[in-house]
Unconditional design. Structure first.
Length: 247
């Protein structure tokens, strides 16, 4: 009887974990460049003292869905969207290099180029800093940033840096706790000069809201089923206890 209860209990717990993953996906349905997480269930044998006679269910995230999100044209000069595979290099809060697809950029009062999460955008020599004051910014298809100094004529543009784009392969990428992606090896990826971007556009989230809602409903039904199984185990245990007393 305890085996029955153990499987149901672990199934209900892991169902809550799966629900949290799906809820996080749904919450980021409007987050630029967001890649949804996937979930899968499998059975695991419990090892400990004595024989491994218990099996429990486990929900895990085997990775993220790297399909591209919809490209939305904004016309804003600091918005960029990566065409096809590839990533924008940024500097994480711990100083390490990380990668994202969020391309809605801006710069602060010091000229530091940031994305919508206020994460610094990286070039080959580190975070990119624009020389202020400036009147206009242009970003070419290969990420070269040109600025027109304040007061300069319309045709005067100066190159001040180039955004680092990488493409190590999606199978080498994993999401960190901060939501940014990194190489599984922990090393920075080399620049890929073949990557091109679309200026004046941003990539939206690849979350399918309807799919996530349906998945959440399915997980909730599974959770209810596991709870009913626990109640059935309790009733069966009471019945067996009553029979033992009668005998």
């Amino acid at each position: 009887m305890d085996k029955f209860l153990y499987v149901a209990m672990s199934g209900a717990k892991q169902g809550m974990n799966a629900l949290a993953v799906r809820a996080n996906n749904l919450a980021n349905a409007n987050t630029d460049g967001f890649k949804s997480d996937m979930t899968q269930a499998r059975s695991m044998q419990a090892f400990g003292e004595g024989l491994p006679t218990r099996v429990f269910s486990m929900i895990e995230s085997p990775g993220s869905n790297f399909n591209g999100g919809p490209i939305r044209t904004t016309g804003r000069e600091l918005d960029i969207a990566v065409k096809g595979d590839g990533w924008i290099a940024v500097q994480a809060t711990d100083g390490s290099e990380a990668y994202t697809r969020a391309g809605s950029l801006h710069f602060d009062s010091t000229g530091l180029l940031l994305n919508s999460r206020n994460t610094p955008i990286m070039g080959d020599a580190g975070p990119i800093v624009l020389p202020l004051p400036i009147d206009s910014v242009q970003i070419s298809d290969n990420g070269i940033i040109s600025v027109r100094p304040k007061g300069a004529t319309a045709e005067v543009f100066e190159e001040v840096g180039q955004i680092k784009f990488v493409n190590p392969g999606n199978d080498q990428m994993m999401r960190g706790e901060d939501g940014l992606f990194r190489l599984m090896s922990g090393q920075p990826a080399p620049r890929d000069p073949a990557i091109e971007i679309e200026s004046g556009a941003i990539e939206g989230s690849n979350v399918n809201s309807v799919h996530e809602m349906v998945a959440m409903i399915d997980i909730q039904r599974q959770y209810e089923m596991q709870v009913k199984m626990m109640k059935n185990a309790e009733e069966a245990d009471r019945s067996s206890t009553s029979l033992m007393r009668i005998s």
